[in-house]
Design a protein around this ligand. Structure first.
Ligand code: ADP
Ligand code: MG
Length: 327
């Protein structure tokens, strides 16, 4: 089972950034209002995610770390199932199998927090009482210490941290009502309060994407039957290089989708001078039944039932907004 977890981990635990993504998403699933992310050495040495969410009941703490052992995968013959199911319900055990992981959690009605450590070879230590406010901390140390082949694929600490920071930006842009703090080697990069209104959201945009973006961003919000597109776009003629300033969300989930990119690019096409990139933070909302978000979870692709309509809607709304007052 330890080996199975390690192989499953290979599917999605690619680098510190992917660990951060899974842990932060767990915090959001737990309805937290605040997430603190503490990183040492690009996340390779240490990555701790702490939240004030609903916590894990004492009798479920061990279960959260041992999904494979309890049900889904009994032996190596089930590996194929792991590969096709992907990562669902496997994040914690997978991460634990390739790191030294400590989980501390206190559910709101529990008298005390419980702590459990995963030792080498995936052996769980007996849970013991710990001091922790209601919520959960997951402390991941020495990522890939026991899988040297995979550790070799990690880049410099700076590069790894860059990826991790991008994950935090992606999530923080989409969840303005949640407070986020990101620290790296003792330095605070972001300390984002929960944004209560449009002004708060704009302040967050400025912190995460810089003053030029926030100052030049045009807001938009348009609806058609079953479709809504809202957010911010920057006319490329007025902005710096923005290869990393493109965020598109479908029903709150960040995507990198061919159809979407094509529609966006096309709407910007008259404005794109050589070497310029469009910059945007856009949210597309449509009924869940008209979009399949599980096509390729790690590649962020989606499949729209009415692809043509979605494409044309994005194109039309953006083109209209970008050309207003320019021609
Ligand atoms: P999944 O999120 O797909 O259920 P995970 O391995 O990521 O699988 O997490 C296993 C379980 O552990 C979750 O379903 C949840 O019950 C619990 N859990 C993990 N992280 C947290 C957290 N931060 N707060 C509360 N519960 C958590
Ligand atoms: Mg999860």
């Amino acid at each position: 089972s330890h080996l199975v977890n390690q192989i499953a981990a290979g599917e999605v635990v690619e680098r510190p950034a992917s660990v951060a993504k899974e842990l932060i998403e767990n915090s959001l699933d737990a309805e937290c209002t605040r997430v603190e992310i503490d990183v040492e050495r690009g996340g390779i040495k240490r990555l701790r995610v702490r939240d004030d969410g609903r916590g894990i009941p004492p009798d479920q703490l061990v279960l959260a770390l041992s999904r494979h052992a309890t049900s889904k995968v009994a032996d190596l013959s089930d590996l194929e199932a792991v590969a096709t199911l992907g990562f669902r319900g496997e994040a914690l055990p997978s991460i634990a199998s390739v790191s030294r992981l400590r989980l501390i959690s206190r559910s709101r009605d529990a008298p005390t927090a419980l702590e459990v450590t995963v030792g080498s070879d995936g052996v769980l230590e007996e849970p013991r009482p710990a001091a922790h406010p209601p919520g959960t901390s997951v402390d991941v140390q020495d990522l890939f210490y026991n899988t040297p082949a995979r550790r070799k694929f990690l880049r410099t600490e700076k590069t790894e941290f860059g990826h991790l920071e991008q994950v935090v930006r992606r999530i923080a842009l989409a969840r303005p009502e949640i407070a986020f703090q990101l620290r790296h080697d003792g330095r605070t990069l972001y300390d984002l309060p929960a944004a209560a209104d449009a002004a708060g959201q704009r302040a967050r945009l400025e912190t995460l994407l810089g003053t030029p973006f926030a100052e030049q961003a045009l807001t938009l919000d348009e609806e058609a039957v079953d479709l809504r597109l809202w957010g911010w776009v920057v006319r490329p003629a007025f902005s710096r290089s923005q290869a990393d300033q493109q965020f598109f969300y479908v029903n709150g989930r960040m995507v990198r989708d061919k159809l979407v990119s094509h529609a966006v690019r096309q709407s910007f096409s008259d404005l794109l001078h050589h070497g310029r990139h469009p910059a945007y933070v856009l949210f597309l909302e449509l009924p869940a039944r008209t979009v399949d978000c599980n096509v390729h979870p790690s590649k962020h692709e989606v499949r729209f039932r009415e692809g043509r309509q979605v494409h044309d809607f994005i194109f039309r709304v953006l083109q209209r907004r970008l050309s207003a007052g320019v021609l």
